[in-house]
Design a protein. Structure first.
Lengths: 250, 419
């Protein structure tokens, strides 16, 4: 059974067709890359999966481990094991990083029937994970994403991913706004979490990120549907010839 | 002015004053109290006193034996108590050296009265009525060069149905002195009209925290008039959560160069409460800064008002005046009004203002939910942060947690009904 199954997803925004019958199947242990030009529907896809209000499917369906997501709110989807790393992580003035993480982790633990972590145990765990991600203690004391650099924001996203241990992670343009060093740190963080039980969907513009997070499958998204799928070599083809050639051929 | 049922209170104020014939300022003030402000007056348009003017009410005669019910919230604070608007020395702490509390005599009361009258508050109902009816004007003086380390806690309580209460406090900080004062309004009365004059002399510095938590049926029309001299600092924060109708008005006059003023506040309103933060800041000289941050959270059928006026005189070059108000509405029937007013007559100034009224930010809510946090918890986290943020920014560190806890009590009541 697939971990994530998207079946013929159609979605409109402001009466405009954005997703036009998108299908995708992601199994355990796999990393999929979805590449596409501007306006192809990449961010819409990630918001739709995460359950943002206003991004409900018109038709088609999405399953997480066989369970339909259509009646689930964003928070339920997250607790069930879906994670979205935001392209533009949102600033939360006045919300401390540590208490935010704890609330999130305990919500997921509660759902899984695990005991909630007390403050001390949690801080210890968070610090351990954070140090691997080169996230300084000081950053966890600050308000979430407030005054963070581009690199810090993305590191904090991946730190959340590591703490929440999701089944399926959607990384929406995680490479945007990152320099090479930051890209490497973030990618290492993601790679450390790859295992046989979870899956990662990397949504990106450029091939660059895929040098660091090497996918098993690459899909080309154009005008709301996947027009071509293949192995990592497909990403290199995009790099070489651009999207235009692929789109024209399709 | 026609004498009809609406003037009952005016007549009782005059009756009350006739008992104190010897004090001329009372007579002067009561002569000036001719009517309640009409909603046609710009500063009362958003906060109407119509209901109040139809209430049966008389000024209170203080009971000097009345027991108090509000306990101190701090371990080592110096407490000053006002009951029924009168200073209760028997229930107040002995003040530390360099500070003193006096009841003003005829002459000094008149001086205080004229200071108010020379400001733009001369026709203010609270000014007129409270000068007419206050048991006495109390003066707190901090001597030159004295930095008060103890926290001063002023607790106002007392009052009763259909009675009005009139505490009057004059605070003078002499050169180079400093103090932190917490004022808590916990009246049972129908109408409370606290009057306050603050004078900060050169280099003086005052942190002021006011918590308005009067009985849910009461009206509080509080007025503060502050004069700042050269290099002085006035840092004020008002938390409005009680009363049926609470209006905290601050009028600040920046009279000396390089002074710094912060007038911040939060209102937390539910049911049919009406809360109003009104400020007027007069930049009369160059090189001063003023900043106002106001936030409100409203539920039920509550109304919140922020009106902030900043006037920069032609000579007041290099003024930096900032004003920002934000309100979150948790119910469809709640109303928030924001009215910034900038009157700038100088050309080399930085002045900015902004006001937003709305619901909880969608993006923030989605971000929290996408981490598995339920909508209810997410909203609670965001609203709490909305308050934590302004409290951390504008309240002195040692009392931040106290203010936050006070705010949280009212907030949880609003949230429990709306979310």
């Amino acid at each position: 059974m697939s971990l994530l199954e998207i079946k013929n997803a159609k979605l409109k925004l402001d009466d405009k067709d954005i997703l036009k019958g998108l299908s995708l199947s992601v199994s355990k242990g796999e990393v999929h890359a979805i590449m596409g030009p501007n306006g192809s529907g990449k961010s819409t896809l990630s918001y739709m999966l995460a359950g943002r209000d206003g991004y409900e499917l018109e038709s088609g369906e999405v399953f997480l481990e066989g369970q339909s997501l259509s009646d689930m709110e964003a928070d339920e989807r997250a607790r069930s094991g879906l994670f979205l790393a935001f392209q533009y992580p949102v600033e939360l003035p006045g919300v401390g990083g540590m208490s935010f993480l704890r609330e999130a982790v305990n919500s997921r633990r509660k759902f899984l029937g695990e005991e909630e972590l007390d403050h001390l145990a949690f801080v210890k765990e968070a610090r351990k994970v954070a140090s691997k991600m080169f996230v300084k203690d000081e950053m966890l004391k600050r308000a979430v994403n407030v005054g963070f650099s581009g690199g810090e924001k993305k590191r904090f996203e991946i730190l959340q991913m590591a703490m929440l241990k999701p089944k399926v992670s959607i990384l929406d343009e995680t490479d945007s706004g990152l320099d090479v060093d930051a890209l490497k740190i973030v990618s290492d963080g993601v790679n450390a979490q790859r295992n046989d039980d979870n899956a990662i969907v990397v949504i990106t513009h450029y091939q660059r990120l895929l040098d660091y997070i090497v996918p098993d499958f690459v899909h080309i998204l154009s005008d709301g549907s996947i027009i071509k799928s293949g192995g990592p070599e497909l990403a290199l083809e995009v790099e070489k010839n651009g999207y235009a050639g692929l789109i024209n051929a399709a | 002015m026609l004498h009809n049922v609406r003037d009952n209170y005016i007549i009782s104020v005059k009756d009350h004053v006739s008992q104190f014939e010897e004090k001329s300022f009372r007579k002067l003030a009561s002569n000036d109290f001719k009517s309640w402000p009409s909603p046609r007056e710009e500063t009362w348009r958003l906060s109407r006193l119509g209901v109040l003017s139809r209430k049966e009410m008389t000024p209170i005669k203080p009971n000097f034996k009345k027991q108090v019910s509000s306990v101190s919230k701090f371990k080592d604070s110096k407490i000053i108590r006002f009951v029924d608007g009168a200073l209760r020395e028997d229930l107040s702490s002995k003040l530390p050296p360099g500070s003193s509390l006096n009841i003003l005599g005829e002459q000094d009361s008149l001086i205080c009265f004229h200071k108010f009258k020379d400001s733009n508050l001369k026709n203010h109902p609270s000014t007129n009525v409270s000068f007419s009816c206050t048991p006495s004007i109390v003066k707190l003086t901090i001597e030159k060069d004295v930095k008060i380390r103890d926290l001063f806690e002023i607790i106002y309580e007392g009052g009763d149905n259909n009675l009005s209460v009139h505490p009057a406090l004059y605070i003078e900080l002499k050169d180079n002195s400093s103090i932190t004062i917490i004022e808590r309004f916990n009246h049972l009365s129908s109408l409370i009209m606290p009057l306050q004059l603050v004078e900060l002399k050169k280099n003086a510095s005052m942190n002021s925290l006011k918590i308005f938590n009067d009985n849910q049926q009461s009206y509080n029309l509080s007025v503060n008039c502050t004069f700042l001299s050269e290099n002085s600092n006035y840092n004020s924060f008002s938390l409005i959560k009680g009363g049926l109708f609470t209006r905290s008005e601050t009028h600040a006059y920046l009279k000396g160069e390089n002074c710094n003023l912060n007038l911040n506040g939060v209102y937390l309103s539910s049911k049919n409460q009406h809360h109003d933060l009104t400020t007027a800041i007069y930049h009369d000289v160059p090189n001063c800064t003023s900043k106002q941050i106001v936030r409100g959270v409203l539920g039920g059928k509550a109304t919140g008002v922020f009106q902030g006026k900043v006037r920069v005189a032609p000579d007041a070059q290099k003024t930096d005046g900032q004003q920002m108000s934000r309100a979150i509405l948790l119910s469809e029937n709640a109303i928030a009004n924001a009215k910034p007013e900038l009157e700038i007559y100088a050309d080399d100034v930085i002045c900015a203002h902004g006001a937003t009224v709305g619901e909880i930010d969608d993006e923030q809510l989605f971000y929290l939910k996408s981490r598995g946090i339920s909508e209810k918890n997410a909203k609670q986290i965001l609203i709490t942060a909305f308050l934590r943020d302004i409290i951390n920014e504008s309240v002195e560190k040692s009392i931040q947690n106290f203010v936050f806890e006070e705010a949280e009590l009212a907030l949880s009541e609003i949230i429990s009904k709306e979310i």
